[in-house]
Design a binder for this molecule. Structure first.
Ligand SMILES: Cc1cc2nc3c(=O)[nH]c(=O)nc-3n(C[C@H](O)[C@H](O)[C@H](O)COP(=O)(O)OP(=O)(O)OC[C@H]3O[C@@H](n4cnc5c(N)ncnc54)[C@H](O)[C@@H]3O)c2cc1C
Ligand code: FES
Length: 261
């Protein structure tokens, strides 16, 4: 059941210049949240920001949820100034959960702050599956959560565009179709900038047997299916709502060029 709750900020720490990790005491959302889902958060309590902002659930323990976010505009800038002890309005959990997997080999592919939803997914998958993480960022400082993810993964490949850590280049350069085929990878989940998802979909056209899913983003009004502002077109020309039909979609089913970012 989707609910709104008043969640107290436990911490709101900067992980790098523009990336923050915020833990919230949100017991009702935490009790139900599953990987793939997200929350809508009101930036202030006085409606100076009319629309709440969507954030992936990056982690979830008994009463707490965590989000990891990049400051990109006015809302996230103000969010980064909110202090421990303050209260935020949280609506969630929203979106469709990813079904549970067992005894599978799963590649997680992250670009930048796209690592956030994969953190939660990895923590659940690690119990019964083998995880191979491919994770790239612009520079070393933006490779976040690495120490938390390492123990969950059988293999971890890190890359930075400037070569300041790990391999030099974009992460997709290091995800080879031969590796995927030889390892008999069962699923790929990707989260990152739209160009990364587009390139991944193109690259994997030679492996039609591997299901590949992407975490999609769009500007959202309501987050729960009412305003129709988060549409994505399927390859058959039908429109789906990212907030209620996703946000995770098979990249073989959706037309990524219909997203306008
Ligand atoms: C389901 C979902 C999950 C998300 N999870 C995360 C997350 O875990 N961490 C995180 O950092 N961000 C996440 N985002 C993106 C986040 O919602 C936006 O960055 C945020 O709403 C921007 O708010 P703002 O007021 O700072 O920006 P605005 O002032 O509204 O816009 C500033 C810039 O941000 C861009 N922007 C606005 N909305 C979005 C959006 N929905 N997606 C991407 N860019 C946007 C604009 O195009 C513009 O360039 C998610 C988005 C969705 C839809
Ligand atoms: S955000 Fe309102 S329908 Fe998706």
């Amino acid at each position: 059941m989707i609910i709104t709750e008043k969640a107290q900020i436990i911490f709101n720490n900067s992980l790098s210049e523009e990336i923050y990790s915020m833990k919230l005491n949100s017991p009702h959302v935490a009790k139900q949240a599953k990987p793939g889902q997200f929350v809508m958060i009101r930036i202030t309590n006085d409606y100076s920001f009319i629309l709440p902002r969507p954030f992936a659930i990056a982690d979830c323990t008994k009463n707490m949820i965590r989000i990891v976010y990049r400051v990109v505009g006015k809302g996230t800038k103000v969010l980064s100034t909110r202090k421990p002890g303050e209260i935020l309005n949280v609506l969630g959990p929203l979106g469709k959960p990813i079904p549970k997997l067992k005894n599978k080999k799963v590649v997680l592919c992250a670009g930048g702050v796209g690592i956030a939803p994969l953190r939660f997914l990895a923590s659940k998958l690690a119990k019964n599956n083998e995880i191979f993480l491919y994770y790239g960022a612009k520079t070393k400082k933006e490779l976040i959560l690495v120490n938390e993810l390492k123990p969950l993964c059988r293999k971890m490949v890190l890359a930075t565009e400037d070569g300041s850590y790990g391999k030099k280049g974009v992460i997709l350069d290091f995800l080879s179709p031969d590796f995927l085929r030889n390892q008999k990878i069962n699923y790929i989940f990707a989260s990152g900038p739209l160009p990364m998802l587009k390139n991944l979909e193109l690259k994997l056209q030679i492996l039609p047997e591997i299901p590949v899913y992407g975490f999609l983003e769009a500007k959202m009004g309501c987050g729960c299916g009412l305003c129709y502002c988060c549409g994505v077109k399927t390859r058959e020309g039908k429109y789906l709502r990212i907030c209620t039909d996703g946000p995770v979609f098979s990249l073989k089913k959706v037309d990524l060029s219909s997203l306008n970012k």
